[in-house]
Design a protein around this ligand. Sequence first.
Ligand code: GCB
Length: 620
Amino acid sequence: MLKPQASATRELLNLDGLWLFATSDEVDDQPWQARLATHRQAPVPASYNDLFNDRAIRDHVGDVWYQREIHVPRGWAGERIFVRFDAATHHGAVYLDDVFVGEHAGGYLPFEFDVTDLVTPGSAHRLSVAVNNELTRTTIPPGKTETGPNGKKVCTYLHDFYNYAGLHRSVWLYAVPATRVADVSVITDRDGAAGLVNYLVETTGAAEVCVRLTDEDGQVVATGSSKSGTLRVESVNLWQPGAAYLYELTVELCDGDELVDTYRLNVGVRTVEVRGNEFLINGEPFYFTGYGMHEDHDVRGKGHDMAHLVNDMALLKWTGANSFRTAHYPYAQEVLEYADRHGIVVIDETAAVGVNLGVQGGLTGIGPEPTFTEETFGTETRQAHEQHIRELIARDKNHPCVVMWSIANEPASNEEGAREYFEPLVNLARELDPTRPLTYTVVMMANHENDKMADLFDVLSINRYWGWYVFIDDLPLAEAVLERDLRGWVERFGKPIMMTEYGADTLAGLHSADGTPWSEEFQSDIYEMYHRVFDRTPEFIGEQVWNFADFRTVPAIHRIGAGNKKGIFTRDRRPKMAAHTLRQRWTSIGDRKPTESTPSPPPNPAVDHILAAMRKHAGG
Ligand code: GCB
């Protein structure tokens, strides 16, 4: 799906700003049929939850309504006119004046509708959107929405970050020619010192297709004159981690001498490959350093903001990190464009967080339901997950920064049915994108013995909290368990392995000479402990800590101020001590060479006993 852009043949109007805003409790049944009965305004893009200092709005479950007037330029007569939402979390239903236009499920990916027949160029129209935040067993991410005793809906879910909702990203009105570029796909490769750009242009209607590739100085380096082909760039400047280089591919549709449509796409020439235990970018082993992140800020919640984007990426680079994972949902496309431009490597994750009822059992003490049944997460959940993967790859396939897809965070890969649920998703992702490796992040309860699906994937991405949720008072034991745990994965699967979550909640400003949990010292100690183990594991290809910054959560007894405090930065982006610990390591990590290899850690009966007990608990 092409991101809309202004060009010689395309016009784009941004609809961000203040929209009228009301919850479904405040309006009648068909609020799109008239001006919304409210004077309240909400900014777009932003989550609505934290804006109004009003719990009824913050905790509202169900529809909220956004409405504004749009003015369609008279010069758009004869063009096709689209309305596009970069995200409506989690479901958007769109109305123009009195007419229902369409709807979209999935809160973190764009959708658009052709409204040419519903608008008159030169006139004003009423655009209304119902945004719904309910999560169910057939949404991605999944959850449960029930009606409480007071008649109000309550939504519970299987992830800790707060279920922010609203129009989180920009809204656009745009005009394109009837015959136009409908999609462009590029796959890049290398041939010695030359770069190859394989491209495919899809069009609506028949037209001659011309493409040209220009370098960063604006020099044309290759041209083509068909819908698909390979552009060869001699002495190519590769897109490299930390040293991005972007060519620009211009696609033109012509009818004789007349330019019918034109679209521009940034192209980074690079290859990605998993070979043996290595993750190769441009044929060179790559070691990930960085973060699992969240789109999360004070006041605007998950609303996209360019100033926060630039600042977050500056802080990421300041710590010497080279990468991040879009935990736990696809981020705004501007984030990927920025990473493309600045050579930041991205693991692009779906919103499938919490396909795991075992976690809920663990947290509540209530015996968990099995995850993969038709009554829990079955065919319908998988179909929603499939649709989400299709939309994610359609949006992000051309970003050079994206080097791997993570198709779920911490699914119940230790449970019966996991393989049957995930194998079709793996096949689908490989069919849609045969070039990028696949991974999922592994929950604590899944270990190398009970996991049912890691062999289907290319990279082992392990999330672990030894030393925090388990063995908080015994870091030496946590260290031994971690090492035994990781070694088990290496030995059973023989694949590249990385850590995609590890860390400890830390209250900024709390210090302790003897490293008490929650102190800044403890957070640094735990990172140093994990790094010792990584450095003894030659198969390791990376470390992404949890989390870049403190973030808002559902209120819980272990979530001070309704926040997860595992940030390396506070929520307002002040560094904790661990930022310096990481910076020291990552700015000097260079070509990481493990100090020594320990094929098997020495036997430790206490560790074996604990692991056996945990396996029993996890049903493996
Ligand atoms: C996890 C989840 C992450 C949580 C984290 C934690 O395993 O993947 O979303 O925030 O643990 O801090 O508990």
